[in-house]
Design a protein around this ligand. Structure first.
Ligand code: IMP
Length: 438
């Protein structure tokens, strides 16, 4: 059995929840290694809709161990809300901490991070990023500036006191002079943190050590990326990105495993593209084809799981997908929501961009250039609705969909290993299983 990483190959919301849910059946450990509760997976648990933002969706399968690793920014309040919701749905067979552990070294999102996220966005006006306002960016800022609070600090009240005192002193200067906002109360923040630490204690562990042991025992591991490649802080459409490395390479520092540990990297993409928040989106069709955008949004239920915002919609962008194949080293692609486009007479694939009358190679690095590019499209015939129950192999698919898949593979240089034809688990065609040798 192999170890597999799944990542979003676009701007997030590609349907990672469904793929993680399916792949979790084969893994023993499911690991979140970056991001925080800015992610959102909608799942149906015992007939009840549950949205998980922080806890890996593998938690729904009995006998699995879900890990929140070092690279995650961790909001303890959100964690306990999710634990309570899952407990009420009867998901845990034993004590929740038997199947769910949090790294000592993960950084904690505190109320002042959420506050600063909101104030920064408000102050930025039209230049705002469109963040999820969950405090993700400010928590990562503190981590990199070496003034963050780690989960392990919650168990050491005197160290915690010093760290929070220093942090709050600085935040209050910012609040007063930059935002003209009231100061934060030290004792309220500190006491809440001590209480959270006591409650969190049974869940806290050395995740890296646990994973090293799993690797020794050859227990299969699924590394669950959050957000998407184009939101990566180093490789995305900066500054309209999140604050972590969403690319597959982030699994190594984020979880504390060597690079050679990961055998397969599967990139998740929709058959079209969506984006939430602001920032460039070359194939967006809100203005050029508003009816098509509205139709795709409606059929695909394209509203954010975390914020409920309507997602911006566009055609599949092959240069961007090829970029994702390269920066992640994708060994396979999971093509999601092919059913949303079914019944259309023609579908479009973006095969390049033009800027100032010239053809552009690859994905421009300058955000203003990416805003200005005009996509070059190839139109392909659409496919009729698919009866998934009757589809066993690729050749059973409508030939137009086969053509669409082949055009994607040829352009980006990676095989489609999974095709999703609907939201249900059974509405999936596995073309190659990354956990086994085939
Ligand atoms: P932040 O991660 O909340 O700081 O938001 C930064 C950018 O990433 C914004 O454009 C968000 O809309 C986007 N973003 C963050 N998490 C997700 C996600 O899980 N799916 C899609 N977009 C996301």
């Amino acid at each position: 059995m192999k170890n597999v990483t799944v990542v979003g190959a676009q701007w997030g919301d590609e349907g990672k929840g469904k793929v993680v849910d399916l792949y979790s059946l084969q893994a023993k450990y499911i690991v979140r290694y970056q991001g925080g509760n800015n992610a959102g997976h909608t799942l149906v648990v015992n007939g009840k809709k549950t949205v998980l933002h922080l806890i890996p969706s593998g938690i729904l399968h009995p006998g699995k161990v879900c890990l929140i690793a070092n690279g995650v920014v961790f909001d303890p309040n959100v964690f306990f809300e999710e634990v309570e919701e899952l407990s009420a749905a009867g998901v845990f067979t034993g004590a929740p901490y038997e199947s769910l552990r949090v790294s000592e070294r993960a950084h904690v999102i505190l109320p002042y991070h959420r506050l600063l996220d909101r104030l920064r966005e408000e102050r930025a006006g039209d230049a705002k990023i469109g963040t999820t306002v969950r405090g993700i960016g400010p928590a990562y800022e503190d981590k990199v500036a070496r003034r963050g609070i780690q989960v392990v600090d919650l168990l050491h009240p005197s160290l915690l006191r010093t760290k929070i005192e220093r942090a709050i002193e600085e935040k209050n200067i910012l609040l007063k002079h930059l935002f003209d906002a009231p100061p934060i109360e030290f004792s309220e923040t500190y006491e809440a943190c001590v209480k959270l630490g006591e409650r969190l204690k049974p869940y806290i562990t050395d995740v890296r050590e646990l994973l090293a042991d799993a690797i020794r025992k050859k227990s299969p591991i699924l590394f669950e990326g959050a957000q998407g490649t184009l939101l990566d802080v180093d490789h995305g459409t900066y500054p309209f990105v999140t604050s972590s490395n969403t690319v597959a390479g982030g699994a190594s520092p984020g979880a504390g495993v060597g690079l050679g540990v990961i055998d397969e990297v599967i990139g998740i993409t929709k058959a079209y593209t969506t984006r939430v928040g602001t920032g460039p989106f070359p194939t967006e069709i809100e203005v050029t084809e508003p009816e098509m955008a509205a139709q795709i949004r409606k059929i695909g239920a394209e509203y954010g799981a975390t914020t409920g915002r309507p997602r911006r919609v566009g055609w599949l962008d092959l240069p961007a997908l090829k970029y994702a194949v390269e920066v992640n080293g994708l060994t396979g692609i999971a093509l999601m929501k092919s059913d949303v486009l079914q019944g259309l007479e023609t579908v479009k694939l973006c095969t390049g961009y033009r800027l100032n009358g010239k053809t552009v190679q690859g994905l421009p690095s300058c955000v203003d250039d990416l805003k200005e590019v005009t996509p070059v499209y190839e139109s392909l015939p659409g496919w009729s609705p698919i009866d998934t129950g009757r589809i066993k192999t690729r050749s059973d698919l409508p030939k137009e969909l086969q053509g669409y898949i082949a055009a994607i593979e040829k352009f980006v240089g990676a095989p489609v290993v999974l095709l999703s034809t609907g939201p249900g688990r059974e509405e999936t065609l596995i073309l190659r299983d990354p956990f086994t040798k085939n």
